[in-house]
Ligand binder design. Structure first.
Ligand code: BES
Ligand code: ZN
Length: 458
């Protein structure tokens, strides 16, 4: 390993330059205006694999392309499938960025750009560790398959269709994903659970045009008023979600699980300060980490209606809409949740309002093994690179494809996040610490060696 570590040290600056190059591509998957940029990011990733001499191809889907690459076969050795995404979230509100989102800029040892942490920087660590092995040893100790997608941030289906249809080609002993976070600065983590999600647009229509709120107000149903009223019925004062059947399949935490979460060194005061709120809220009877990792939620992600400009305009809007997200925990079934939601909203929709509920995407939550030989291998690699053993956590975010890996390929996923919870993923001024970038590469290089000692189905 020492030659490989030397190679990583000698090439630090070039790796950073390549990360900058990748970050300059505005691969916003949700916005059709950026389609070409998304395609360019796929080409960039494919180019990285080609340079390493891997068999790599760009695979077109109904949405954005996948990049798939395989390393030269090492007979008898285990196989890891590395997953990541090259697409990024939209960048609005642009005015809140200190430096432009697609002009990567370094400040205080961190690189600021959209996608720095989620997920370009984290994903690149596995490509650079592979480069180091091939450059120094001329071979890898295991078989690697890379599947990198461009629709993670917009809930696209291209990848799940590809995985379902290519089970043999993707056969592996474990999946490796770096698209989550460490527990805290200098406290790496192995994430053993992710929440699922249901995301819907709710659209309410009233009169056939915007009306004068004086001439018509009081006699005509106002879609904005209706929206506020309807949304308010979805959660009670105890933080419980009021959708029929919502909690039916939620698994209760065991005392042992609660103790393990409580034993983590969570600094709640620092968490509160970091997001600039005066207090935390949530479902009664649960701690903050339990709420974030193990309980389902309802959040409005966007709302629109009526006049948004300067000054006052007395108008009764014709339309109102909201974007709703429900984070789910393992065992909850997205279609069942949508059904319950539709039933509830239909019940509370007032006369004079027409309602439309459009499902954008959904995915189930997942739990992965905490004590498989692969997890232990990952823990050794992380301890070596970070100088600290990882803690075992869950996270509140979602990576829907992890469930498909589990079911279609029959393997667990190692969720090895090199990012930080305050990296501003999905927010203005997204960042990634260069120290974490380099430690991530080092841990990944070590991971290939540690995984080589694990059992294989080969
Ligand atoms: N990297 C995140 C997932 C994540 C977030 C893991 C926080 C752990 C902690 C991923 O890129 C993401 O944002 N996923 C979306 C999925 C959705 C669009 C289906 C999410 O969680 O909102
Ligand atoms: Zn994301």
């Amino acid at each position: 390993m020492s030659n490989i570590n030397n190679y990583l040290t000698e090439n630090r600056e070039r790796f950073e330059q390549e990360l900058h190059e990748f970050l300059r591509i505005a691969s916003i998957s949700a916005d059709p205006a950026y389609r070409e940029d998304v395609a360019q990011a796929a080409k960039w990733v494919d180019g990285q694999f080609q340079k390493l001499g891997l068999a790599s191809e760009i695979i077109e889907t109904d949405g954005h392309p996948l990049v798939y690459a395989e390393s030269p076969r090492v007979p008898g050795a285990p196989t890891a499938l590395v997953y990541g995404h090259y697409d990024v979230q939209p960048v609005v509100p642009l005015e809140l960025w200190t430096t432009p989102p697609f002009e990567p800029t370094e400040r205080d040892g961190k690189v600021y750009a959209r996608g720095a942490s989620d997920d370009k920087g984290q994903m690149l660590t596995h490509i650079k560790s592979t480069e180091a092995w091939l450059a120094v040893e001329g071979r890898l100790p295991i078989n690697l398959k890379f599947l990198i997608e461009g629709e993670e941030e917009c809930g696209g289906h291209g990848i799940s269709q590809f995985v379902e249809a290519n089970r043999d080609r993707l056969a592996c002993d474990c999946v490796v994903v770096s698209d989550s976070s460490q527990f805290a600065p200098d406290q790496p983590a192995i994430t053993c659970g992710l929440r699922g999600i249901v995301y819907c647009d709710l659209i309410l229509k009233g009169p056939n045009r915007d009306l004068h709120s004086g001439s018509f107000g009081g006699a005509v149903a106002n879609p904005a008023n209706a929206l506020a009223k309807m949304l308010a019925t979805l959660m009670d004062e105890h933080g419980r979600i009021q959708v029929p059947g919502f909690y039916d399949d939620v698994v209760t935490l065991s005392d042992k699980q609660r103790e393990r979460i409580a034993a983590l060194p969570f600094d709640e005061a620092r968490y509160i300060e970091g997001i600039g709120v005066s207090a935390l809220i949530g479902e009664e009877g649960f701690t903050t980490l339990e709420r974030l990792w193990t309980r389902p939620t309802f959040d409005v992600c966007g709302m629109w209606s009526g006049y948004q400009g300067e000054g006052a305009k007395t108008v009764l809007p014709a339309v109102a809409g909201a974007k709703l997200s429900f984070r789910l925990v393992p065992n909850q079934d997205p279609p069942k949740i949508v059904e319950g939601l539709r039933q509830k909203l239909t019940e509370v929709c007032p006369p004079g309002i027409q309602m439309e509920l459009v499902v954008q995407h959904g995915g189930r939550g997942v739990l992965v093994s905490e004590d498989s030989p692969y997890t232990q291998a990952a823990a050794r690699a992380i301890e070596e690179a970070f100088g600290t053993p990882p803690v075992y956590t869950r996270e509140g975010g979602s990576i829907p494809i992890v469930v498909t890996f589990c079911e279609a390929l029959g393997v667990d996923t190692l969720l090895l996040g090199w990012g930080q919870g305050d990296d501003n993923a999905h927010s203005p001024n997204e960042k990634f610490a260069l120290a974490d970038f380099h430690r991530g590469i080092k841990a990944s290089a070590r991971l290939w060696e540690e995984l080589a000692t694990c059992p294989t189905k080969n």
